[in-house]
Design a protein around this ligand. Structure first.
Ligand SMILES: O=P(O)(O)OC[C@H]1O[C@H](OP(=O)(O)OP(=O)(O)O)[C@H](O)[C@@H]1O
Ligand SMILES: O=c1cc[nH]c(=O)[nH]1
Ligand SMILES: [Mg+2]
Length: 210
């Protein structure tokens, strides 16, 4: 598995505002969208492209276009929805599939409550998005779901992760093709399964339900 932890002052700056308990939902949503755009630069580094001939006002030359079949972006509901707009702005031809997951607050076990994805994901580059990688249970289950549908190549983008979460994804990935792009690698999980220092419950902060 490849792991990339962002190291850019703009990303750290935006994450600092996001972490701040006083940041209200509208600003939180805006920053989440901006952050995914910055992280997408690294996450889409291996997006498949095909050569095309183009005509400029001056001459003809070769360019590239995103290859068919189109990549698929999979937000993990709810909180992953906050990252969707930012990513599809950069990959406007991508298809969007949905996975609804919620983690049990006591056991931290994830349950899948909704799924809208193509039956066959072989040949599709998959981008799973979820702001939080805490125990790793939700993202591991989501990536496994994509592999079970035939995916061979999954890139996950998370704003914050923990060493425990990265280890869980590494263990599930084995020698399969998984790339993990993180905005920051935080210190640890607390006894309630929250990321420390973290930003609290991303879904609640995005959608004002705290
Ligand atoms: O790594 P884990 O320990 O599995 O925790 C991370 C998960 O928890 C959050 O979702 P949550 O279950 O709160 O659902 P929500 O997005 O509807 O708020 C988050 O968005 C991840 O999906
Ligand atoms: O810190 C955490 C852990 C899981 N889910 C969240 O939204 N935040
Ligand atoms: Mg939540």
């Amino acid at each position: 598995m490849r792991v990339h932890v962002a190291d850019h002052p703009l990303i750290t700056h935006k994450l600092s505002v996001l972490r701040d308990v006083r940041t209200p939902s509208p600003v939180f949503r805006q920053l989440t969208e901006e952050l995914v755009t910055l992280l997408a630069y690294e996450a889409t580094r291996s997006v498949k492209v095909s050569p095309i001939e183009i005509t400029t006002p001056v001459t003809t030359t070769m360019g590239v276009k995103i290859s068919e079949p189109r990549p698929i972006v999979v937000p993990i509901l709810r909180a992953g929805l906050g990252m969707l707009e930012g990513l599809v702005k950069l990959l406007p031809t991508a298809e969007v599939g949905f996975l609804g997951m919620v983690r049990d607050e006591e056991t931290f076990e994830p349950t899948t409550y909704a799924e809208r994805l193509p039956d066959d994901l072989s040949d599709r580059q998959c981008f799973a998005i979820d702001p939080m990688l805490a125990t790793g249970g939700s993202l591991a289950a989501a990536i496994q779901f994509l592999f079970d549908r035939g995916a061979k190549d999954v890139t996950a983008i998370c704003l914050l992760g923990t060493p425990e979460g990265v280890a869980a994804i590494e263990a599930m990935a084995g020698d399969r093709d998984v790339t993990l792009v993180l905005g920051a690698l935080d210190e640890r999980l607390n006894e309630k399964g929250y990321i420390v220092p973290g930003l609290g419950d991303a879904g609640d902060r995005l959608y004002g339900t705290a």
